[in-house]
Design a binder for this molecule. Structure first.
Ligand code: ASP
Length: 341
């Protein structure tokens, strides 16, 4: 469906909305629970003001809760975005569930070359409840996508009037339209009175070259959260192989503080790091891994000396996705570290 209307039809940016499901598309009853059932066209119809902003097209790509999205869905979304941009759209808005936006938006940011705006949004409240935030989120996302200020800024996530970089954003609460934050930087900008204000742009953006779709399906990167007095049982399970004799192709360690683990884990992590890439991240929710501070057994200095790759500013979830895409693109072990900044 194209929402034309307005007096400057031909001049308005063409924004293509790709709907994947999520709470923004959910309705139903409390009790049995809401499920995704509103179509992309339903979402546009429920959002007043779009016509004044852009010439908006709607397309249903998936109809899923975001917990059910797969890497194949992600690749299909990236491919479709490239197709519609090649076909003449000026920008794309993706609507999806909020649970995995911090991962999907980051993955899109890593594979889409740009510079056309790609904005991801959703809703924290289902469509049938008072204060449903889907229409406001969709309108703000289209406003950002239609803005020249979003060009070249990488994939953006828009919620609650805020514009976040996909590389920094996290879902920081289980409820509330204000659940999204960028703990390390704050939002890049705001949508105020329908105007888009981008106050900062991400400092560094790199695109992972030529991800092999078949390899992407096969690559398995695990995440190991470490615990106080960790007895290593989970790490033993990670090191193990499945029935087909396959184990993880890489591991992300979600460590304490600046990147520290109990001394009991160091031996196994060090030997694992001789076989597969092991990336070190912090479980704190913000900040970067330290590589020159703690030299005790299990401290960051010790772990990097043992061959772990410091994950920089990326949290475990984003590090896992970056690692997965890099391995699926055939990036060699020696080149991995330079991607984690
Ligand atoms: N559980 C939902 C999902 O991620 C949450 C949401 O969309 O807000 O699909």
């Amino acid at each position: 469906m194209t929402h034309e209307g307005g007096s400057e039809g031909a001049q308005r940016p063409r924004v293509h909305v790709l709907a994947l499901g999520g709470t923004i598309a959910m309705t139903g009853e409390l009790g049995p629970g809401v499920t995704p059932r509103l179509t992309a066209e339903d979402l546009l119809a429920a959002t007043p003001g779009l016509d004044a902003v852009a010439d908006v097209q709607a397309e249903q790509l998936r109809q899923l809760p975001s917990a059910a999205l797969t890497r194949a869905d992600l690749l299909a979304t990236a491919r479709r975005i490239i197709e519609v941009l090649d076909a003449g759209a000026d920008a794309v808005v993706v609507t999806q569930g909020t649970d995995t936006i911090e991962e999907t938006a980051f993955a899109l940011d890593l594979v889409l070359p740009g510079p056309q705006p790609v904005v991801v949004t959703g809703a924290m409240r289902p469509a049938n409840v008072a204060g449903a935030d889907g229409p406001a989120s969709l309108l703000a996302a289209v406003q950002v996508a239609a803005s020249p200020a979003a060009r070249g800024a990488g994939v953006l996530v828009v919620f609650d009037e805020q514009i976040h970089a996909a590389s920094r954003v996290r879902k920081g609460r289980a409820s509330s339209p204000g659940a999204f934050t960028s703990p390390d930087t704050g939002p890049l900008g705001w949508v105020v009175e329908g105007e888009v204000h981008v106050l900062a742009v991400p400092s560094r953006r790199r695109t992972v070259p030529d991800v092999d779709a078949a390899l992407l399906e096969r690559i398995r990167v695990g995440v190991l959260p470490v615990q106080l007095d960790d007895d290593g049982l989970l790490l033993d399970a990670v090191v193990g192989l499945d029935r087909d004799g396959r184990g993880f192709d890489a591991l992300v360690v979600e460590a304490f503080g600046g990147g520290n683990v109990p001394p009991s884990l160091v031996g196994d992590l060090a030997s694992l790091a001789t076989r597969i890439p092991v990336v070190l991240t912090t479980r704190t929710g913000a900040g970067m891994v330290h590589t020159a501070t703690y030299g005790y057994p299990g401290g960051g200095v010790d772990l990097v000396r043992a061959g772990l790759i410091p994950g920089g500013w990326l949290d475990a979830r984003k590090a896992r996705l970056l690692l997965t895409l890099l391995l699926a693109a055939g990036v060699g072990r020696d080149e991995l570290a330079e991607w984690f900044v």
